[in-house]
Design a protein around this ligand. Structure first.
Ligand code: GLU
Length: 492
């Protein structure tokens, strides 16, 4: 068996789109499954639209997702000599020809064809020019493009698509397409094939939007005398109204960076992307990296479009709820040390990380993360909803403040009293903190709930959360005592 070689060849003209990330993921999965190689090639021949920022965005996006490549990044513009050599080869063997028709002539032909309801393709005027005619035109300085000479054959041209089955078209329906412009620049269609041949690509997994090119590319392979790679054209990613998703119409949510910046867990997002257009044929929703590499198959990629379920203007749907659901699953179940590392990055971004967490308090730090993760949706929640666990400058929600604190002005005496008792405890444990809180409410002849709810509010700022005494122990005596003593500030 020859080595499988796959490629991800983005054009660096914008952000890394989730559709592009899905293409990268599927190529990566197949390369890893077959022990092959993945090549990153930046298709930057459109120099007017390619930007350095976009290249960086693509590379960073792949890095965040953990989609690693074995070769590259290669840059298409570095290989212009190869593209032109292939064009020369095609010209020399008679598989391509110089076309001297001017833009104006072509436009006039098109209009005439349109009026006569005839096919709009090039009418092949220059296809059979004699060597003398060519020399004369060149001597007269008439510029020319290079066109591919589509063979005149009866019957159909085609290839077997791994996802869609046999794709065919009649030879007569394929236009003699341009492969080199009059300024000497090779066209993308040719560059793409020449690079895939040079990189010895065995499988091309890409979006169905590229299918308009594929039959032409099949002809190029044949003329360059290279066997065809396997083609697999994936369905597009559409919104619930079956429209293509784009930044213009859907905003940031179509860019991979949005998920990184919104606190998604990289593997969770890959898991979501994997299911956006592929399924093993059962209901399984969560796949570890190893499982997905093992289970993935080109044949089981859906034939019809993938639906990105996003409801604009609905705050619950800040992106596809499935992406959030999968993220929550990983957040709540993943290895705590691994999650600890991800949360650490978030804390660092907010300047809430201190080295104490790394040294003797490491266990305590992980306990904190473990205690609060059950209610969270993204990594960002650790520094927003969970801020009280890592910092003293946290906000107190209006609702619990009114309901659990401001309603009982006596708390200004009760909570500092509790703080004094907590300070004196020999051991600041679950049992002891609870015993003392209940003892105090008994003495005051009030429901323990009053003390406990008030304590939750001043200590965490939140209405609900994990068990109160777990929280106290996790946050630690010093901070708890201070927050209880500061209750008066809330009444000011
Ligand atoms: N550069 C093309 C794109 O970004 C990829 C073409 C291909 O996969 O063959 O859409």
């Amino acid at each position: 068996m020859r080595e499988t070689r796959l490629r991800f060849p983005p054009s660096p003209t914008g952000y890394l789109h989730i559709g592009g990330a899905r293409t990268a993921l599927y190529n990566w999965l197949y390369a890893r499954q077959t022990g092959g190689k993945l090549i990153l090639r930046i298709e930057d021949t459109d120099t007017g639209r390619s930007t350095e920022e976009s290249i960086q965005g693509i590379i960073e996006g792949l890095e965040w997702l953990g989609i690693d490549y074995d070769e590259g990044p290669y840059f298409q513009t570095d290989f212009e000599q190869d593209h032109l050599a292939a064009a020369r080869k095609l010209l020399e063997k008679g598989a391509a020809y110089k076309c001297f028709c001017s833009k104006e002539e072509l436009e006039a032909k098109r209009e005439a064809a349109l009026a006569a309801k005839k096919p709009l393709g090039y009418d092949r005027t220059c296809r059979n020019l004699s060597p003398t005619e060519i020399t004369e035109k060149e001597a007269a300085g008439i510029p020319s493009v290079l066109r591919f000479k589509v063979p005149e054959r009866s019957g159909n041209l085609g290839y077997d698509d791994k996802i869609l089955g046999r794709i065919e078209s009649n030879y007569s329906e394929i236009d003699d397409f341009v492969i080199v412009r009059s300024n000497g620049k090779p066209l993308y269609l040719l560059c793409n094939v020449v690079d895939d041949i040079r990189d010895r690509i065995t499988h091309i997994i890409r979006g169905q939007d590229h299918m308009t090119n594929t039959l032409k590319q099949v002809l190029l392979y044949e003329a360059l005398e290279v066997p065809l790679p396997v083609f697999a054209h994936m369905p597009l990613t559409l919104d619930t109204k079956k429209a293509k998703i784009s930044k213009r119409s859907h905003g940031e949510i179509v860019a991979v960076q949005f998920y990184r910046d919104s606190g998604f867990i990289p593997w969770a997002f890959n898991n979501f992307l994997a299911l956006l257009g592929w399924s093993a044929g059962n209901d399984q929703e969560f796949y570890s990296k190893e499982e997905l590499i093992k289970e993935f198959s080109l044949e089981r990629i859906n034939k019809s479009s993938a639906i990105f379920n996003y409801k604009k203007n609905d705050p619950k749907f800040f992106t596809d709820p499935k992406a959030i659901f999968i993220n929550e699953h990983y957040l709540r179940t993943m290895d705590i040390a691994e999650l600890g590392e991800l949360v650490k990055n978030e804390l660092k971004k907010e300047d809430l990380w201190h080295d104490g967490y790394d040294a003797d308090k490491k266990d305590r730090y992980l306990q904190t993360v473990d205690l609060i993760r059950d209610r969270f949706h993204t990594l960002k929640d650790f520094t927003s909803l969970g801020r009280a666990y890592f910092a003293d400058d946290f906000a107190i929600d209006e609702k619990p403040l009114a309901k659990n604190v401001l309603k009982f002005p006596e708390l200004q005496k009760w909570l500092p009293e509790l703080a004094d008792r907590y300070e004196k405890l020999a051991e600041f444990s679950l049992e002891e903190t609870e015993r003392v809180a209940r003892e105090l409410s008994d003495e005051l002849a009030i429901k323990p709930g009053i003390i406990i709810n008030a304590m939750r509010t001043v200590v965490t700022g939140q209405l609900a959360g994990p068990s109160m005494f777990d929280i106290l122990v996790t946050i630690g005596r010093e901070r708890v005592v201070q927050r209880l003593r500061d209750v008066g500030k809330l009444f000011a």
